[in-house]
Design a binder for this molecule. Structure first.
Ligand SMILES: [Zn+2]
Length: 145
């Protein structure tokens, strides 16, 4: 299974075995691949990240001035720690990645989009508490499998 390194973006081939997978390190920079933190994406690496990861990807589109985004950030990181073996968690700062945000028609923030192999699976506008957000993510995963 292919998995891009959250530290250096190198493409790694990782084992399917659950235990081995969690301990996997990047072949290039030797950092842990499952570090429990969302990956920051921008206009230049967004498409590559979607296409080079075999796991589904959930992206949080946010902005520094957005109150609900600030409230949801720790929830998103918490769920990343819990669900990182099932899906990748990524964040896009819409003030910096203006091209990507415009292309995707992001009109309100926070907006969350789940992708699988580059295709949009589901989209959510607005923040949710952790249990509801986890349910929404699980429902999106169920659409894929
Ligand atoms: Zn690396």
């Amino acid at each position: 299974m292919h998995y891009t390194c959250p530290s250096c973006a190198a493409i790694n081939r990782i084992p399917e075995d659950q235990q081995q997978k969690l301990q996997a390190q990047c072949g290039r920079c030797k950092q842990p691949l499952f570090n429990g933190h969302p990956v920051e994406l921008n206009d230049s690496n967004f498409q590559r990240f979607l296409l080079k990861n075999d796991l589904p990807v959930v992206v949080d589109f946010w902005a520094s001035w957005c109150g609900p985004c600030q409230m949801m950030a720790p929830v998103f990181t918490q769920l990343c720690g819990q669900m990182q073996q099932q899906m990748r968690f990524a964040k896009v700062n819409t003030e910096q990645a203006q091209q990507t945000s415009a292309q995707l028609g992001i009109r309100s923030i926070p907006t969350l989009i789940v992708y699988h192999q580059g295709k949009e699976i589901d989209r959510l506008a607005g923040a949710l508490p952790a249990p509801q957000l986890q349910q929404w993510l699980q429902a999106a995963l169920n659409k894929i499998h």
